[in-house]
Design a protein. Structure first.
Length: 187
């Protein structure tokens, strides 16, 4: 189990391999479809983004309402492919990592390789447990988007798996290949 702190350096991202298990601490930002569209619009207009993306990690999540005495409600990952069309532009602006669930498209993987970024998979269905790893939450911008606003989270040991590393190796494909090889060997 590797311990990482966000924001991530390019060296840290490059050191990871598909399938590595990590505990992520530090600051990450939440952003989903609507926030990605707004960031893409700002990029196209040549305007500054609400956060400096250099080295940052975006968690594709929309937390549920915060219960009293807690920093955040349940906070599970969103299907990442929904952000694929917008992700290469954010990677070009310094985004170093993404947290979500499911696979990514070829254009995203190529942009990750070009910019030295990594994609982490979070466990779907464990949103309440993942909330235990959040020590603080602050809305940064676009509060009108509700749960899809950009939020700054401080994490302590969020368990993740490197799904796709900065060299383009894909743990989903590797795992499937390993499984099929075991089946072939048992026949």
């Amino acid at each position: 189990m590797k311990k990482l702190t966000a924001p991530l350096s390019k060296e840290a991202a490059l050191s990871l391999r598909a399938g590595d298990q990590v505990l992520l601490s530090g600051v990450v930002y939440t952003a989903r479809d609507a926030a990605h569209l707004r960031m893409l619009d700002l990029i196209r207009e040549g305007k500054p983004l609400p956060i400096d993306l250099e080295g940052q990690v975006i968690y594709y999540a929309g937390p549920t309402p915060t219960p009293e005495g807690r920093p955040v409600g349940s906070i599970g990952p969103t299907t990442s492919v929904r952000m694929d069309a917008m992700t290469p532009a954010l990677l070009a602006h310094g985004l170093r990592g993404m947290i979500g669930k499911g696979g990514r498209g070829a254009a995203v993987v190529e942009a990750m390789k070009e910019h030295g970024a990594v994609y982490f998979a979070a466990v779907g269905g464990a949103a309440a447990l993942m909330a235990e790893c959040v020590t603080s939450l602050e809305v940064i911008c676009w509060d009108d988007l509700g749960p899809e606003s950009v939020k700054k989270l401080t994490l302590c040991d969020l368990p993740l798996v490197v799904a796709i590393d900065a060299q383009g190796r894909d743990a989903f494909e590797q795992g499937q290949g390993d499984y099929l090889e075991k089946i072939r060997q048992s026949e």
